[in-house]
Design a binder for this molecule. Structure first.
Ligand SMILES: Cc1cc2nc3c(=O)[nH]c(=O)nc-3n(C[C@H](O)[C@H](O)[C@H](O)COP(=O)(O)O)c2cc1C
Length: 203
């Protein structure tokens, strides 16, 4: 069974990011996945202080809710990272969590001791909405996500992106977004073991 970790970086309850993410999860569950969803704004995750405390052992010295995420980030089969676009990047809650993965970056790239499975056996998907319809709306965030997925040792298999979703509920008014997302959630699980499987929705 595929174990899925969904990280929700939107603070707006019932907002566009949440609805889109929940649709993907619903599809994934139909295909048999087990899902855990975490709203990052419910956790206390301080920004990385660049204190160097993780430099020797890859263990973050800041003792807050990030400590409960490190293991999950390294063990779940599928990571769904969902964020609204804020100032051309991911939201602050999402970015704080990502920056705290500096400790994992140290483990992987400096100490060569990131535990666990081959990168190909774990996968990551970026899910995002933006208010504007600019073709570049997701570019900045995607670079951050690419670096995050590499650091936590998952294969970035693609994106589910919907631009032009500004007002709360816009995504539910889109003619196909939520149904597409659900279908894709199901497909991601069914195709989970196919190394060539990639997704790309930019609605
Ligand atoms: C602080 C802030 C910054 C934003 N920056 C952008 C932006 O740079 N580009 C954009 O297209 N939309 C931007 N938006 C719009 C949001 O991406 C949009 O409202 C989205 O639907 C929010 O998702 P949510 O419903 O999950 O909160 C911004 C919204 C906020 C609150």
């Amino acid at each position: 069974m595929v174990k899925l970790l969904a990280l929700l970086g939107s603070v707006r309850r019932g907002g566009n990011t949440q609805l889109l993410l929940e649709s993907v999860i619903n599809g994934a569950k139909i295909a048999g996945a087990e899902a855990e969803i975490i709203r990052l704004s419910d956790l206390k995750i301080a920004p990385c202080m660049n204190c160097g405390g993780c430099d020797e052992d890859g263990i973050c010295v800041q003792k807050d809710d990030m400590q409960q995420l490190f293991d999950k980030l390294l063990t779940y089969d599928l990571i769904l990272l969902a964020s609204p676009i804020y100032f051309m990047g991911v939201s602050a809650w999402t970015k704080a969590m990502i920056d705290r993965c500096q400790a994992l970056w140290v483990r992987k790239y400096k100490l060569n001791k990131l535990p666990g499975r081959p990168r190909e056996s774990r996968k990551g998907v970026f899910i995002a909405v933006s208010g504007m319809k600019k073709p570049t709306a997701f570019d900045g965030a995607k670079l951050t996500v690419q670096s995050f997925f590499a650091t936590i040792h998952v294969t970035y298999i693609g994106d589910i992106l919907y631009p032009g979703m500004d007002v709360k509920g816009d995504i539910a008014k889109h003619p196909s977004a939520l149904a597409e997302a659900k279908k894709l959630g199901e497909e991601i699980i069914k195709e989970f073991d196919d190394p060539k499987y990639k997704i790309n929705i930019n609605g």
